[in-house]
Design a protein around this ligand. Structure first.
Ligand code: HEM
Ligand code: HEM
Length: 174
């Protein structure tokens, strides 16, 4: 059983983390971006484009994970801790799929993917769009909380427990 994530998994984890943080923050930065660029017009085009990129990266990560299995990192920890870690990772993956999908579902206008390609809108009823929008706007709180808890646990392992959990998700130093 492996004791680390593969180089590709590590690259995709940190790239996704960066994109997720940008995607989450963009809707709240419209005023700042408008001040700097003179217009905040493209903020949601970028939000949607990054969101759909995250969806593709997450599908790729899940395929790689299914092929490689997960590294054995918490084998000496209590069962509930292993369970909590697995549940958090599963919930993060689920939200990384459902946030972009719900965003795609509720839009009434086509998404201009990186200003290059038009996607959608999907033919849905107004009720279905309203449910998807409600999900998008509510599940963001769960995503905020999970990311904070997840990062805090990684730092706890690294600085207090001093085990190899964070190192398993960092590039090799040798
Ligand atoms: C991982 C991917 C995504 C995350 C984490 C995310 C997160 C968010 C957040 C935090 C907001 C601000 C909500 C608020 O006003 O408080 C938002 C709004 C919005 N998102 Fe996303 N989003 C993602 C993907 C997408 C995608 C792929 C689309 C469309 C294709 C999309 C369309 C929108 C729209 C249109 C709004 C404005 C909603 C409104 O105020 O009516 N999002 N999203
Ligand atoms: C937007 C932010 C983030 C998201 C969405 C995210 C998501 C994930 C997911 C889904 C996994 C499971 C990987 C797998 O088993 O295939 C994971 C693992 C991991 N993440 Fe993150 N992550 C984020 C930020 C961070 C940060 C900021 C840190 C460090 C401070 C971190 C440290 C780790 C570590 C150490 C693992 C491996 C844990 C283990 O296998 O027990 N992540 N992350």
């Amino acid at each position: 059983m492996r004791a680390r994530y593969s180089g590709t998994q590590i690259f995709l984890h940190w790239l996704s983390a960066l994109l997720v943080i940008c995607t989450l923050l963009l809707p709240y930065s419209q005023d700042l971006i408008a001040d700097v660029l003179g217009s905040a017009g493209g903020v949601f085009t970028l939000h949607k484009s990054l969101g759909l990129t995250i969806l593709l990266l997450t599908l790729l990560r899940l395929v790689i994970r299914a092929r490689l299995g997960e590294p054995l990192l918490l084998e000496t920890s209590a069962r509930w801790k292993r369970h909590a870690s697995k549940t958090t990772h599963a919930a993060l993956y689920l939200l990384l799929l459902l946030m972009p999908l719900s965003g795609l579902l509720f839009g009434k206008r086509p998404v201009e993917l990186f200003w290059l390609l038009s996607v959608g809108p999907l033919p849905l009823s107004d009720e279905a769009r309203a449910i998807a929008r409600q999900f998008h706007l509510t599940a963001k709180y769960l995503l905020f909380a999970l990311i904070l808890g997840h990062a805090a646990m990684a730092l706890w392992h690294h600085y207090l427990l001093r085990d190899g959990v964070l190192s398993a998700m960092l590039p090799r130093r040798d």
